[in-house]
Structures are given as structure tokens and as C-alpha cells.
Design a protein around this ligand. Structure first.
Ligand code: ADP
Ligand code: MG
Length: 470
């Protein structure tokens, strides 16, 4: 029995749904013809040692797909997998449905689907840019304090018929999974819809680099420049990727300047502010910061809850108790992508088992994610929190004073240290002014007893625990 067969059926279902979405994206990215010839025959075949397996009908196809589409497929999986890193393996497999238009091994070196050639024909604007995700619109973007500036600026840019003064470039920055790409696509969709004559081009900095290098190789650098310079709105995502690549930076800089001089709108995103970008020349960095620099902050509880509610509304007919949504918003704090991933998993689970979602069920389905989102709490954090809660000095945590006013909070802090950290009793004792491990043991026991006898005290401790977990 293969390992793949033993993997939880739920996980496989989720991954298989992911693969369907990725498949759609690949189709949008490469066009029908290429998709039919090469990508459609790919099947999600399970997992093996944490590697995702995609099966292909023939060896030749495996080589071809790996070298031509492997990176995009990998990137799309990365997007789907809630930012966990996953490895992908292409296996030549029997389970694969026979490809309608597949190329057989024997003819491998001569057969090239015609569609491939036509699709690689001289770039035009649309091909040079990347496909837009239809879900990434303003309608689907939930606005809250952490992203309101970026959102407002994005809206301004998308609604204006010409370059927005003071906003050129618009530089959006923030950590991974906080909505930069979503906002950029939303700008592009909005312009396409309301002002189709404006030529919008969106692409990642990586793709920019790739196109540039390709143009150089095929001696098409001039055409390359012309194409970029003929757009009205140029959006480059994840600009941090051009760091360290001197010639691309140079080209980027020239394109950038040419567009600004011609009064064209630029929208750039990065994972940090222009001044913090490393490996990027000073003049490029300062140029990036000339317009409006809008920071997308990490999400707040309210925003996370709002996003969950909006996603649920979009999945007509799915019922998730408010308690579960609140729990998710409370627990999955890293970024929106993970939050979405968690919600999707919960939804997939309930639709599969056909039972109402419960808090316990949710915890079970998400145990790995929840663990990853639990930030480690240090003994120092605990001492600080407890001291401030009981209104004593942090130094009292280390003292030998036995007065009840300080002794009880100290015991509470020891108890919480045992509960929330992986430190041993002697280690904990040392952090409390060099106390013996038996003292810590005694404290833990005492607090346990008190919680049993004193509801008020138990509530107090619950509150402290909650605060520590945030
Ligand atoms: P980034 O480009 O900053 O890494 P993305 O734009 O790819 O992040 O966002 C990650 C996921 O989270 C996407 O699926 C996006 O739709 C979603 N998302 C992020 N912010 C919001 C928001 N404010 N409202 C709704 N969905 C959001
Ligand atoms: Mg992005």
C-alpha cells in the first residue's frame, strides 16, 4: 500500500480542491491551447512524505512540464497551502486519466503542440502581464483600521482617469498574506470595468525580471521597453524580488522614470517600506518612496472577524456558528491567507462529514495550524503580566518575601509558567530568584487546589491565561 493511500481522506479532498483551483489559474495564465496540451492531463495523486504528487501520463511530459511550468505550479501551490512550504513531485502514473491531446514518449523530441508555439509568439501586453484573480476585487475586500489607508489610496488610483498627484507611485507594503496582491488586482479590475481604454498591466517583479532577461536573450530589449512604456497604469508586485539583480534594477529604474515622466500611474508593492528594502540601489529606493507609501498593518481581531463573515456570506448556504468564527479570528492571527485556509478547511470538513461545525471539531481539524499560531510565551512575559494584574512589582517575582500579597501572585506566575512554557521545574525556579524546584511544585499544587475551591480565583486565572495567549 502506498503512503498516499494512508493519508487522511480529508486532507486529500482539500488538496484535490486546491488542485482544481490551481488548474483554473494555470488555464487562465497559459491559455486554453497550452492548458489542453500540457496541463489538463495532470492529476492530483495524493501525498508522499509531505510531498504533493501530481501524476503525468508520460515521462516526456514530466520533463516538459517540470521545466516549463514547474515554477508556476509550485508558486500556485504555495499560495494555496497557507504559506507552508510544500514540495511537489511529478510522477509518471497509471492513475492518470488518458490525456486527450497528450504527446507520447516515442515522439518526444519532435512533437511540440502547435499551440505552444503560438502562445510563445512575440509578447503583447496581455501576455507580458499576469492574469488577474477574479476573486480579488474591491467588493471582496474587507476594510478595517489596519488596511484603510492602503485601501483608500488604491480606490483613488482606480477611480481616477489620470495619474493621481501625490500618489505616484503608490507604494503598498506589508507582510505576507495581508492583501497587497488583492488590492492591486482590484485596481486593475476596476479600471478595466470603468475605463477600459486605460491600459493596465499587472505583473510580479519576478515576472518582470524574467521577461527582461528573455528579451535580452532574444535581442528584443527594445520591444520590451516599448511595451512597458505604452501602458497607462503599471503595477509591479513584490518588488523586493528585484533586489540584487543589477541589470534588471537598472531596467526597472529606467522604465519607472520613463513612465513617471510621461505621467503614467505606477503601483508597486513590497514586503517592506522603500527605505527598508535591502539590495536595492539607493536611487531606486528613494524613487520608490516619492509618491504615497501606504502601510498595510497586521490584522486586528475585528478585521479578521469581518473577513471571516464576508467569506462565509460568499459561500451561500454554509452555516458556521458565530462562536467558531470568533474562535478562528482569535486564534489564527498570522495573516489573512492562513485565516482563509483555516476557514476553508473547516468548511471542507463539515461539508464532507455533513455535520454541524462545533468548536471541538474545529480545534481538531485545525490542530496543526493552531499550534503554529500559538506564539511561545516566556516566563518573563508571564511575570510581567501577573505582576501588573496583581499590582505588584516585577522584582517581587524574584524576591524571597513571603507576605501573602506577593507570595500568591508569585505562585500564580509559577503555575502559569509550568502551563504555558516547556521549561522544567528547576528552570522555572531559577527564573524566580533561584527557588528550589519543590517550591515550584508546591506552587503548582496550591494554585490547582485554589482553583477548585475558589470560583473567583479560577476566573481570575482564566482571564490571565487568555491575556497571555494574545
Ligand atoms: P499579499 O499579496 O499581501 O501577500 P494577498 O493579497 O495575496 O496578500 O492576500 C492573501 C489572501 O487573503 C487572498 O486570498 C486575499 O483575497 C485575502 N485577503 C487579504 N486581505 C483581505 C481583506 N481585507 N479582505 C478580504 N480578503 C483579504
Ligand atoms: Mg502578494
Amino acid at each position: 500500500m502506498t503512503q498516499a493511500a494512508r493519508v487522511e481522506p480529508i486532507l486529500n479532498d482539500v488538496l484535490s480542491a486546491s488542485w482544481e483551483r490551481i488548474s483554473d489559474k494555470l488555464k487562465a495564465l497559459y491559455g486554453d491551447a497550452v492548458f489542453r496540451s500540457w496541463l489538463k492531463p495532470l492529476r492530483f495523486a495524493g501525498t508522499n512524505n509531505n510531498k504533493i504528487q501530481l501524476s503525468v501520463p508520460t515521462r516526456f511530459m514530466r520533463e516538459w512540464i517540470t521545466s516549463h511550468y514547474g515554477d508556476d505550479i509550485r508558486n500556485f501551490w504555495q499560495l494555496e497551502s497557507e504559506a507552508q512550504s510544500l514540495e511537489i513531485e511529478f510522477v509518471v502514473g497509471a492513475q492518470t486519466a488518458v490525456a486527450t491531446n497528450a504527446v507520447s514518449d516515442q515522439h518526444s523530441n519532435v512533437v511540440t503542440p502547435q499551440s505552444w508555439q503560438s502562445n510563445e509568439a512575440p509578447d503583447n501586453i496581455l501576455q507580458m502581464g499576469a492574469a488577474l484573480d477574479p476573486r480579488y476585487t474591491f467588493d471582496n475586500f474587507v476594510v478595517g483600521k489596519p488596511n484603510e489607508l492602503a485601501h483608500a489610496a488604491a480606490r483613488r488610483v482606480s477611480e481616477s482617469a489620470q495619474v493621481v498627484s501625490g500618489c505616484n507611485p503608490l507604494f503598498l507594503y506589508g507582510g505576507v498574506g495581508l492583501g497587497k496582491t488583492h488590492l492591486m488586482h482590484a485596481i486593475a479590475w476596476h479600471i478595466r470595468l470603468t475605463n477600459p481604454k486605460r491600459r493596465v498591466m499587472y505583473l510580479s517583479a519576478e515576472k518582470f525580471m524574467y521577461q527582461f532577461i528573455k528579451a535580452l536573450r532574444f535581442k528584443e530589449a527594445l520591444a520590451f521597453k516599448e511595451q512597458f512604456r505604452s501602458v497607462d497604469v503599471l503595477m509591479i508586485d513584490d518588488v523586493q524580488f528585484i533586489s540584487g539583480k543589477d541589470s534588471t534594477q537598472e531596467e526597472f529604474f529606467h522604465t519607472f522614470n520613463a513612465l513617471v515622466d510621461q505621467n503614467k500611474q505606477l503601483v508597486i508593492s513590497g514586503d517592506r517600506s522603500p527605505s527598508d528594502l535591502e539590495g536595492i540601489e539607493e536611487r531606486v529606493r528613494s524613487r520608490l518612496g516619492w509618491g504615497l507609501v501606504a502601510d498595510i498593518h497586521t490584522t486586528s481581531y475585528e478585521l479578521r472577524l469581518g473577513i471571516l463573515q464576508s467569506k462565509i456570506e460568499q459561500m451561500h448556504g454554509i452555516e458556521i456558528p458565530p462562536k467558531v468564527l470568533e474562535f478562528l479570528a482569535h486564534k489564527i492571527t498570522s495573516n489573512v491567507r492562513e485565516l482563509e485556509g483555516a476557514l476553508n478547511r473547516v468548511v471542507a470538513h463539515t461539508t464532507l462529514v455533513g455535520r454541524a461545525v462545533t468548536l471541538e471539531g474545529t480545534q481538531e481539524v485545525l490542530h496543526d495550524l493552531l499550534r503554529a499560531n500559538d506564539r511561545p510565551v516566556s516566563i518573563e512575559d508571564i511575570q510581567k503580566q501577573v505582576a501588573s494584574h496583581y499590582n505588584i512589582k516585577v522584582s517581587d517575582m524574584h524576591s524571597a518575601r513571603r507576605s501573602r500579597v506577593v507570595a500568591r501572585p508569585r505562585q500564580v506566575a509559577m503555575y502559569l509558567s509550568k502551563k504555558f512554557t516547556s521549561k522544567s521545574l528547576p528552570e522555572i525556579g531559577r527564573k524566580f530568584g533561584g527557588k528550589d524546584h519543590t517550591t515550584v511544585m508546591h506552587a503548582v499544587k496550591r494554585v490547582d487546589e485554589l482553583m477548585g475551591n475558589d470560583a473567583e480565583f479560577a476566573k481570575d486565572l482564566e482571564l490571565l491565561s487568555k491575556m497571555l495567549q494574545n
